[in-house]
Structures are given as structure tokens and as C-alpha cells.
Design a protein around this ligand. Structure first.
Ligand code: NAP
Length: 282
């Protein structure tokens, strides 16, 4: 097992390029024991970045993570998100405190605005900067921000401290390659690719091109989809795995090196964007 590859936040701090998503965890899709075992195995395998949100199961995902990281908080880079309707000056602080309580910790490593809502961005940034100064969060970022949103954010006081933009990015959804990814790369801001295996991966798993490439590498279509993202610089990939089998399979995607022929075949079936389209989101 090779060591986990990392990418840098703008601060220079290294974070793993493969982390763990947790949407729908703690909601009974699988037993809590199965999900906790998957999360713990993930940490052992180096997927120490765990992504959650107050929205997920109305706190159930954060509560489950608290159990999975009990006694190993310092090994984990913990990410949570504030809902846009909570993202006022006072509301952001209250939401963060609730998340900390559910997660059983005294600080988040990264706190994201889940998507843009009605609260002025400057007010949310001020609240996030205040949380950093108070030691409740170490870094902050955003999610579902398109390139013009990022440009607007960067012009605000403190807005240049944004650490990441978490966006939908997978083989079937490549719009970010047009302008958002170049904008972030130029500024050393990594992107977090959510739904990297298309949220409900049955469709991807049935794609003939993915099956053919997977067969050539003795891999699986899910691993091909993950390896396609993991080969790129400045991308943090956060698949959600509810079982230890899926966790092991996803971790092994780091070892899969796609060839130029594979990449050309993938481009033919899932072409890169040819023009600007609004940012896709789930
Ligand atoms: P995803 O990670 O693309 O796909 C998750 C699905 O894939 C689950 O049904 C999972 O099933 C299955 N799966 C995982 N590994 C597999 C494997 N090796 N073989 C077959 N199936 C596999 O979708 P996602 O959960 O939407 O996205 C990942 C994370 O990104 C989320 O969990 C969340 O943390 C974050 N996210 C953020 C936003 C946002 O607005 N910021 C939006 C969406 C997602 P099992 O559970 O059975 O393993």
C-alpha cells in the first residue's frame, strides 16, 4: 500500500487527495456498525479527510462520525458545512457550535458555506473569519460556487482566505473544467470533487467504456472513475462508501494509473466542456 498522496491548501498544509464523503450516513441505509467500520477502515487506510454537513440527516451524519473518530480525532481532517439560511453573523457561529457538539470535538479543520443563499456573502465571510480567530475552525471554504462567485468572494475583505470550493465533478459532469478549475488552479485553491462516482453509481458501472478500461487493468468501473479524478493536480476526491468492501475498493483506485489511450477513450464518451455552462449541482 503506497503512502497517501496529498495536495496543499493555500496555507501550505497538506491534505489527502482521497477522503471520505458521508451524505446519507447515520440514516439507516446500512447499520451504524457497518458505517462506522467503513469510516474507521478509511482512516486506517489514509482517507483521513472526512466530509460532512449539518444538513446530512439533520445532524445524523455528524453524530455517526463522532462515534467513528472517538479516540482518534487528531488523525482526522474534519470538514463540515453551514446551511445558507444559517450563514448570518450570529447564525454561522451557532451552527458551528452545534456541529462541534454533535461531532464531539472542539474544532473543525475546515468549515464550508454549503451553497450561496440570501445572506450577503461579506457577512458570512466575516463570521467565518471570526470562527477562525476564536479557534473553532482552522480554515474555511465554500461549496457550489461557480467561477464568478469565486471572483466576487476573492474581492471581499478576508475573501482571499478561501481554502477550497467543493463542487460536483465526475466523468459525467465536467463543466468545472471550463473556467472554475483553471481559476482555482491559478490561485492554488484545491477543488473538492463531490459525487465523484455520480452519487448513484449504477449508471457509471454499466458504461461499456468504463467496463472495458476496468477489464484491461483488472480493476472496477468505480475505480476507473475515481482514478480519472485522482490523477489530476489540486483535486481532493471524496467518495462515500458505506461498507468496508467499498472502502477498500475505493482506496485501491489510488494505485490505478490510466494510460493515454484510456484517457482518450474516456474523453470520447464523456467529452470535456466546449463552452461555459452554469455550475451543475446536486
Ligand atoms: P458518490 O460518492 O459519488 O457515490 C456514493 C454512492 O456510491 C453510494 O451509494 C455508495 O454506496 C456507492 N459506492 C461507493 N463506493 C462504491 C464502490 N466501490 N462500488 C460500488 N458502489 C460504491 O456520491 P455522494 O455521496 O453524493 O458524494 C460524495 C460525498 O460528497 C457526499 O457523501 C458528501 O460528503 C459530498 N457531497 C457534497 C455536496 C455539496 O453540495 N457540497 C453534494 C453532494 C455530495 P454504499 O454506501 O453502499 O457504499
Amino acid at each position: 500500500m503506497p503512502t497517501m498522496r496529498t495536495t496543499n491548501l493555500p496555507s501550505g498544509e497538506a491534505v489527502p487527495i482521497l477522503g471520505q464523503g458521508t451524505w446519507y450516513m447515520g440514516e439507516g441505509r446500512r447499520t451504524a456498525a457497518e458505517e462506522i467500520a467503513a469510516l474507521r477502515l478509511g482512516i486506517d487506510l489514509g482517507l483521513t479527510l472526512i466530509d460532512t454537513a449539518e444538513m446530512y440527516g439533520d445532524g445524523a451524519s455528524e453524530a455517526l462520525i463522532a462515534q467513528a473518530i472517538a479516540g482518534r480525532r487528531d488523525k482526522v481532517f474534519l470538514v463540515s458545512k453551514v446551511l445558507p439560511n444559517h450563514a448570518s453573523r450570529k447564525g454561522t457561529v451557532a451552527a458551528c457550535e452545534q456541529s462541534l457538539r454533535r461531532l464531539g470535538t472542539d474544532r473543525l479543520d475546515l468549515y464550508l458555506l454549503h451553497w450561496r443563499g440570501g445572506v450577503p456573502l461579506a457577512e458570512t465571510v466575516e463570521a467565518l473569519e471570526g470562527l477562525v480567530h476564536a479557534g473553532k475552525i482552522r480554515h474555511w471554504g465554500v461549496s457550489n460556487f461557480d467561477a464568478p462567485d469565486m471572483a466576487e468572494l476573492a474581492r471581499l475583505p478576508g475573501g482571499g482566505h478561501v481554502c477550497t470550493d467543493q463542487v460536483l465533478y465526475n466523468l459525467k459532469s465536467r463543466g468545472v473544467e471550463w473556467d472554475l478549475l483553471p481559476w482555482c488552479r491559478e490561485r492554488g485553491v484545491p477543488i473538492m470533487a463531490y459525487s465523484p462516482i455520480d452519487h448513484a453509481p449504477a449508471g457509471l458501472m454499466a458504461e461499456p467504456v468504463l467496463k472495458a478500461i476496468a477489464a484491461r487493468h483488472k480493476a472496477t468501473p468505480v475505480q476507473v472513475a475515481l482514478a480519472w479524478l485522482l490523477r489530476q493536480d489540486g483535486i481532493i476526491v471524496i467518495p462515500k462508501a458505506g461498507s468496508v468492501a467499498h472502502m477498500r475498493e475505493n482506496r485501491a483506485a489510488l494505485d490505478l494509473v490510466l494510460t493515454a489511450v484510456d484517457l482518450a477513450e474516456l474523453d470520447r464518451t464523456f467529452p470535456p466542456p466546449r463552452r461555459k455552462a452554469p455550475l451543475a449541482m446536486l
